[in-house]
Design a protein around this ligand. Sequence first.
Ligand code: DCP
Ligand code: MG
Length: 369
Amino acid sequence: MEKPAQQPLRKIIHIDMDAFYASVEQRDNPEYRGKALVVGGPPTGRGVVATASYEARKFGVRSAMSSRQAVQLCPHAIFVKPRFAAYKEASQKIREIFSRYTDLIEPLSLDEAYLDVTTDKLGIGSAIEIAKQIKQAIKDELQLTASAGVSINKFVAKTASDMKKPDGLTFIGPSSIEAFMETLPVEKFFGVGKVTAQKMKGMGLHTGGDLKKLAEDELTKQFGKAGRFYYQIVRGIDNREVQPDRETKSVAAEDTFAYDLTTLEEMEPELDRIAQIVCNRLQNHQLKGRTITLKIKYSDFKQITRNQSFPAGLNDLDTISATAKRLLAATEVEDKKIRLLGISLSNFNEPQAKVREEKPTDQLSLFEF
Ligand code: DCP
Ligand code: MG
């Protein structure tokens, strides 16, 4: 048989649950429904917000902010501790729903996955119809809502799923991709965190259309390897495959600071915050790592990592935080300005939780390519 000259366009769905932990809590505790609810660490001490109900978001409460700040923004909010087992159970159920339609499922976290439905198991054919059915099944069977993005590649599907939250469905077809990318604000680009966005804006680059005017060389000169990705993506090109069943190799969080840090006094609270986020993610996936790695990027963009391994897996905040601080203290700290700090855990004992490699997301900051 002759090979077709061109691959058929892929049909990709990105599904992301709405206010996931908070919605599970509101479902299971009717007294929280319709209320400003914050799931995360306690408002005293060094707690961090995992997520907030949409009612609390109206007051500016966001994931990864300190619980202390959340209580300032929304004093009447109810604070609850996360119940990871409940989220994991809901996550397994949504994956079971996905698997009715395709086996090409790539989970990004408990509440988010890419699905390739170019050929679906039920022969439905329409990716929009499949997305509708999945959203409905999640509603009927789990009493939760999800938002979906449908397109021909991962980047556009993921961006689309975020556009009409909560309970949204957004389709960006092949003929509208380029126009969509041109109007997309740079901060919505995958990998563009607050610091890169600031740099772009300083250069007069506000949207995909502005990025599109730059040559590939210029983009790589300014933004390193990520520049090539931006060059392609503004043209609607993203050939990354949906990769099912990739095991978690590391769980990380990092932050690029708006101003370079110079003293340990400034750095330690940042490390505490980053450690808390890594710790939440590990517990979220029920993973324990034996190796803790500290990543430092200096103001001249030079990067170093330092790590320490332990005999047994761990995921507790105190050890992660103390180890990261110890590793930091053993570097040329305070001699050089620091623009980024990151912590990751790897070397997991039990590969029981089959989740994707979790990269630091730009909710905390940007992730560098
Ligand atoms: N999460 C966390 N720490 C973060 C970000 C997220 O612990 N910094 C957890 C809590 C979230 C879940 O992961 O409920 C899913 O993350 P999302 O970014 O998808 O956020 P939500 O599902 O809460 O809200 P949205 O409706 O914006 O998707
Ligand atoms: Mg979500």
